[in-house]
Design a protein around this ligand. Structure first.
Ligand SMILES: [Zn+2]
Length: 195
């Protein structure tokens, strides 16, 4: 059974969440920024097999170099030309995280290379900066931001997840462990009103 820990928990500087999933394949989903991720991984599990990125904004990849160096791991992500990614994943691909296979969902709108990672078997979704708790969703005023694309991605995410979804890990703010699908629906509703 995989355990998921947010190693950015309690960090005061501006960072994304960074989820360390242990199990058969220990994976860090996003690296965070501005804190000692290596020390926190050492303290939590001491091992790491891979990093997976939801996207390559600085607050998600700031710690990447130090983590890659310390644990000698490769990085999976959507855009191999970003300079951060060793292994490209495309929409519909599978990626092993912890003890489960996750499906890659390409979900642009916040950034072109944004993906969500979903496992029905684990009941878990890594939503990155597409959607947050309580109907929040990612900014679209940055470079590559596109509100229409974000709305489409929310629709796509809703059509991809099912009632098995029980926990949604998001890029910023709290993890949603009760009825995540409702929180995604709220985000779609809010995003629609601003379209
Ligand atoms: Zn971002």
């Amino acid at each position: 059974m995989s355990t998921v820990r947010n190693i950015a928990r309690g960090v005061q500087s501006f960072t994304s969440n960074a989820f360390l999933v242990d199990g058969e394949r220990s994976v860090l989903v996003d690296a965070g920024s501005g804190f000692d991720a290596v020390e926190r991984i050492e303290a939590a599990t001491g091992t790491l097999d891979a990093v997976a990125l939801t996207h390559t904004h600085p607050d998600h990849v700031g710690n990447l170099e130090s983590v890659v160096e310390a644990f000698d791991v490769d990085v999976w992500g959507f855009d191999p030309d970003s300079g951060f990614v060793d292994h490209a994943v495309a929409d519909g691909d599978g990626i092993r995280i912890g003890d489960e296979d996750y499906e890659v969902l390409h979900t642009p709108g916040h950034k072109d290379d944004h993906v969500c990672l979903y496992s029905a078997a684990a009941g878990a979704l890594f939503a990155g900066d597409l959607v947050f708790a309580d109907g929040g969703y990612g900014r679209t005023d940055l470079e590559e931001g596109d509100h229409g694309a974000l709305l489409n991605s929310l629709e796509y995410l809703l059509s991809s997840v099912d009632s098995a979804l029980s926990t949604m890990y998001v890029g910023h703010g709290r993890t949603v462990d009760a009825d995540p699908k409702h929180h995604i629906e709220l985000a779609r509703q809010t995003a629609r009103m601003r379209a």
